[in-house]
Design a protein around this ligand. Structure first.
Ligand SMILES: Cc1cc2nc3c(=O)[nH]c(=O)nc-3n(C[C@H](O)[C@H](O)[C@H](O)COP(=O)(O)OP(=O)(O)OC[C@H]3O[C@@H](n4cnc5c(N)ncnc54)[C@H](O)[C@@H]3O)c2cc1C
Ligand code: FES
Length: 223
């Protein structure tokens, strides 16, 4: 885990999301599914973001501007220097034979980097509108569905599912695919186990999602 003030190298609007690119510097991109804490200059609280892409010498994050922290990150401009801490948490296990990536909405954020690590396996991605679905081009070999169709209606059987998305989608994927790997979300203040802000109940015990997750086996959550 390292911390840097990384220089913004560019931003791109993709549907309602912003792809924020920063100079990698000495930061390690980590394992797909791990996350970084990003803090815009002048903002006291960092926000957790999955690594979306790791082009040479850069790191890129796909951000949905849903509140003050994410809006401040989306408003960054080339030359700005957000503080970045990471990589943090546990990513996806990559020792899978027949991977299928499943993403919903901004939950597709870790999938481009995951797809690259796994040799561009098939993916199914679900979005709430055509505008949100513009981000689908970041994930190769993807079947795209837009509500009212849900991704769980098009998951083919016989795959090792690696998923990220809103909680109801993850619960539905877990019911279909008990061996799936799921990336969960919780509000996080520190990202490395110090604040208990991300405490969730896993298998009847209170655990810190930033340390135990964010990627968990579906069985572990259901147990
Ligand atoms: C491991 C991890 C990886 C993430 N990766 C990404 C990513 O790649 N791209 C992205 O856009 N977002 C990602 N998120 C979610 C993002 O961190 C939150 O949307 C952000 O912290 C909200 O901050 P805000 O100040 O903009 O909004 P706030 O005002 O803090 O929150 C707006 C609303 O969202 C709720 N909320 C805030 N954070 C979370 C959360 N983590 N889980 C559930 N509800 C929440 C709040 O209760 C509130 O209702 C990730 C979260 C985690 C835990
Ligand atoms: S975010 Fe602080 S303990 Fe998990």
């Amino acid at each position: 885990m390292q911390s840097e003030r990384a220089e913004v190298t560019g931003t791109e609007q993709i549907g309602p999301y912003t792809l924020l690119r920063v100079a990698r510097g000495g930061l390690d991109p980590g394992i797909p599914g791990q996350f970084f804490m990003l803090e815009a200059p002048g903002r006291p609280l960092p926000r957790p973001m999955s690594l979306c892409l790791a082009p040479p010498a850069e790191l890129a994050f796909l951000i949905d501007p849903i509140g003050p922290g994410t809006r401040a990150l989306c408003a960054l401009e080339p030359g700005d220097r957000p503080a970045i801490l990471g990589p943090l948490g546990n990513g996806y296990r990559l020792d899978v034979e027949r991977p299928l990536l499943v993403g919903g909405g901004i939950g597709i954020a870790p999938l481009p980097y995951l797809s690259e690590a796994l040799g561009q396996p098939p993916a199914v991605l679900g979005f709430r509108s055509e505008l949100h679905a513009e981000a689908a081009h970041l994930v190769p070999n993807a079947e795209i569905v837009v509500e009212p169709t849900y991704v769980t209606e098009v998951i083919p059987p016989g795959h090792d599912v690696l998923a990220c998305g809103p909680e109801p989608m993850l619960a539905a994927v877990a019911a279909l695919e008990p061996a799936a790997q799921l990336a969960w979300e919780a509000p996080m203040a520190c990202g490395y186990g110090a604040c208990y802000g991300c405490a969730v109940e896993i298998a009847g015990e209170i655990k810190r999602l930033c340390v135990e997750g964010p990627v968990l086996a579906a069985e572990a959550v259901a147990a």
